[in-house]
Design a protein around this ligand. Structure first.
Ligand SMILES: [Zn+2]
Length: 129
């Protein structure tokens, strides 16, 4: 609950700053810095769909992250834009699509709120029950 409150308020603050930027109160460089860290509507929609789905379309068992990506892409082809690369992890996973980052974020969220999604403890492997 606390997490989601912080998350929501930080989104609100970002939106407010973006609004101020529109009126040229902040420099365009600050604007770009914040803008690039905000999810686009397509990734936001993918996130919502994935969290709502509880990853129920994934095969049950210990599943490797690349298999998860493939299943997500089969399930939501229109929400997986391979052309748009992640701007958040410039050192890790260089050139990886942002939608894959969205999948990992959704997995972390599901692990916290549902019983059927767990991290295996081994990097890149998730358990679906
Ligand atoms: Zn990213």
């Amino acid at each position: 609950m606390v997490y989601s409150k912080i998350y929501k308020s930080s989104r609100f603050i970002k939106k407010y700053i973006l609004l101020l930027c529109r009126y040229r109160i902040f420099s365009s460089c600050v604007y770009n810095l914040i803008k690039k860290n905000m999810a686009r509507p397509i990734e936001s929609q993918l996130y919502r769909e994935l969290v709502d789905s509880r990853f129920i379309f994934i095969e049950r068992g210990i599943i490797e992250i690349n298999e998860i990506y493939n299943a997500v892409k089969r399930q939501y082809p229109d929400l997986c834009d391979d052309e748009f690369t992640c701007v958040h992890h410039q050192n890790v996973g260089i050139g990886q699509s942002e939608w894959k980052h969205t999948v990992r974020t959704a997995l972390l969220r599901c692990r916290r709120i549902y019983d059927n999604v767990e991290f295996s403890g081994r990097r890149g492997y998730w358990i679906f029950t």
